[in-house]
Design a protein around this ligand. Sequence first.
Ligand code: GLY
Length: 350
Amino acid sequence: MQYRGLNELREAYLAYFESKDHLRLPSFSLIPQNDASLLLINSGMAPMKPYFTGEQEPPRHRVTTCQKCIRTGDIDNVGKTARHGTYFEMLGNFSFGDYFKREAIHWSWEFLTDVVGLDADRLYPSIYEDDEEAFAIWHNEMGIPSERIFRFGKADNFWEHGSGPCGPCSEIYYDRGEKYGCGKPSCTVGCDCDRYMEVWNNVFSQFDNDGKGNYTELKQKNIDTGMGLERLAVVVQDVDSLFEVDTVRNIMKHVEEIAGVTYHSNHESDVSLRVITDHIRSTTMMICDGVIPSNEGRGYVLRRLLRRAARHGKLLGINRPFLVDICGTVIRESGDAYPELVRSRSTSGR
Ligand code: GLY
């Protein structure tokens, strides 16, 4: 494979979409602007809702970003499993009333196979159950046999997060092989186990949800793509989880050094190492964007994450303030992609 490191994969993606006339924008702040429906930005499209609805004119009708995202809905599972995390980076290519399904599908396949070098025989598209237009593109234009194209209903293949632009989607799954599977005879694309991993999500964003479940057709048809950067890295690096991805692993190694423990030596310390590693990523990014610990709203989210990280430090036997040192590693690993981290070093880390 051509690109392996998380930082390389991010750059490869953004450069590929620049070559397709997209404007590369820096990540938006984690603090939503003029959007009372969100405490923190949780997807690549969230900061661009007014471009999707046509309310605001975008700087270009094709945009690509790598967006910092926080989702804390599963916070209690973070650490207990190697799957859950609160912070991730979302790669996205967006069309605001410009290209639609055809280009989005062609480019997603070309990026994964030609640019990243994933084996096409291990990739499986899915479509929204009755989206015959997407089916025809996958089948007739991309040459994917119909039995390799999976049809899923609203629970899986209709993307929406709170109110705003949403729509049916077409995903791409990667078969990571039997070693990651559950072994059940029924195991296939869509199974809950770790074998078939969804890497790419092409959302055909054409509706507006008013937040009460009423959908209206948007004035324009859009593309909203989401590909979790860490997930892509998990697949490319053929590692068990996001905690084994190169940059994330380097952060955990620093925690291991300070605590004098090694990952995979004991269940309890593994939980603590994962909690600290995940939470230090999210809190460094939040503080960098100006969130301050408090008793409410996003400040409370930050306070909770910091407290959990500190408590797990104690459980590992660390008896001094140490999170600030780990922040320095987060800044080192991600500072090239997010220069704001380097600029605000004195607020978030050493
Ligand atoms: N906005 C599309 C996604 O996050 O999958």
